[in-house]
Ligand binder design. Structure first.
Ligand code: CUA
Length: 312
């Protein structure tokens, strides 16, 4: 699988840059306090006997109170000063995306300026560089938390509530996102991808996502048949077909996504076969049933996988 950075210390967004700067300042402050305290302890060991009073004063005033208070107060003032900046609202004209936490994947809806759903996808978010984006964060079941360490964040997703998070991607690249609030069995396997590209590439992707799935019925009618016969449309939508389930991820442009199972496997046919057949071994607790019987029906499995991979 491609490399997706999860590093807060290698920031690619305005908020993450500030958080990483804060981290380095705190590190420096910690080093100062550590140096003073250890220095005084060493001093105490060697001069304790000769000048007990001077030593006590130095320890209490210098090591115990003054220097830590000054250093920590400075750090607190600095961290408070960047907080309004981290929580400023998104300006008009920002891209708006609603992300819902679902055990254990992400429903991603791009919204129009009027707040209507323009299109839905899952477990992958594409953003144009240098344009503010506002995430509307909701949950369909329990509390999750939305976090893209390289861009900034994180923010809780609470049932019955909409939290907003503004991010400003500043560098083109592929970044990892995670759920940062324990939400049950597959919490650690609730991940997503964020791909930041230039405006042109983003527009092309958006245009493609808005349209129905491109399927050539003649090329693989059997795969489509398997998809229906196995009951997949009960949970999954493929726009442009009659499959309109909404329990699971929208599969309209599934073949164009980078991963399967909310960021845990690369989107390749072997991995997809494993996912469909051994769903619960790959991701214990997942709602999707495993289709173990397809092991004995390789022709069906191949056709189904080919059908899904062709959805673009
Ligand atoms: Cu969702 Cu942890």
């Amino acid at each position: 699988m491609d490399h997706a950075s999860h590093s807060t210390l290698n920031p690619a967004g305005a908020a993450a840059e500030q958080i990483s700067q804060l981290f380095y300042w705190m590190l420096a402050g910690g080093i100062v306090i550590w140096g003073v305290v250890v220095g005084l302890a060493v001093y105490a060991i060697f001069v304790r006997k000769e000048h007990p009073l001077r030593m006590t004063r130095a320890l209490v005033i210098g090591g115990g109170a003054v220097i830590p208070t000054v250093t920590l107060s400075g750090l607190m003032a600095y961290s408070l000063s960047i907080m309004p900046e981290l929580h400023r609202p998104a300006p008009d004209g920002s891209l708006t995306i609603r992300v819902s936490g679902v055990r254990w994947w992400w429903r991603v809806e791009y919204l129009t300026d009027d707040g209507e759903v323009e299109f839905e996808t899952a477990n992958e978010i594409r953003l144009p560089v240098d344009r503010p984006v506002e995430f509307k964060l909701v949950s369909e079941d329990v509390i999750h938390a939305f976090w893209i360490p390289a861009l900034g964040g994180k923010m809780d997703m609470i049932p019955g509530r909409e939290n907003r998070l503004r991010l400003d991607p500043t560098k083109v690249g592929t970044y990892g996102g995670v759920c940062a609030e324990y939400c049950g069995t597959a919490h650690a396997q609730m991940m997503f991808r964020v791909i930041v590209s230039d405006e042109q590439e983003f527009d092309a992707w958006r245009h493609q996502q808005r349209s129905d799935a491109i399927i050539e019925p003649a090329s693989n009618p059997f795969g489509r048949q398997v998809f229906w016969r196995r009951g997949c449309p009960a949970c999954h939508t493929i726009r442009g077909t009659e499959a309109d389930g909404s329990v699971g991820p929208d599969l309209t442009h599934f073949g164009s996504r980078m991963t399967i199972g909310a960021g845990i496997l690369p989107n390749e046919s072997d991995a997809l076969k494993r996912w469909i057949v051994r769903t619960h071994r790959v991701k214990p607790g997942v709602e999707m049933p495993g289709f173990e019987s397809l092991i004995n029906a390789p022709v069906e499995l191949d056709a189904l996988v080919a059908y899904l991979e062709a959805l673009r």
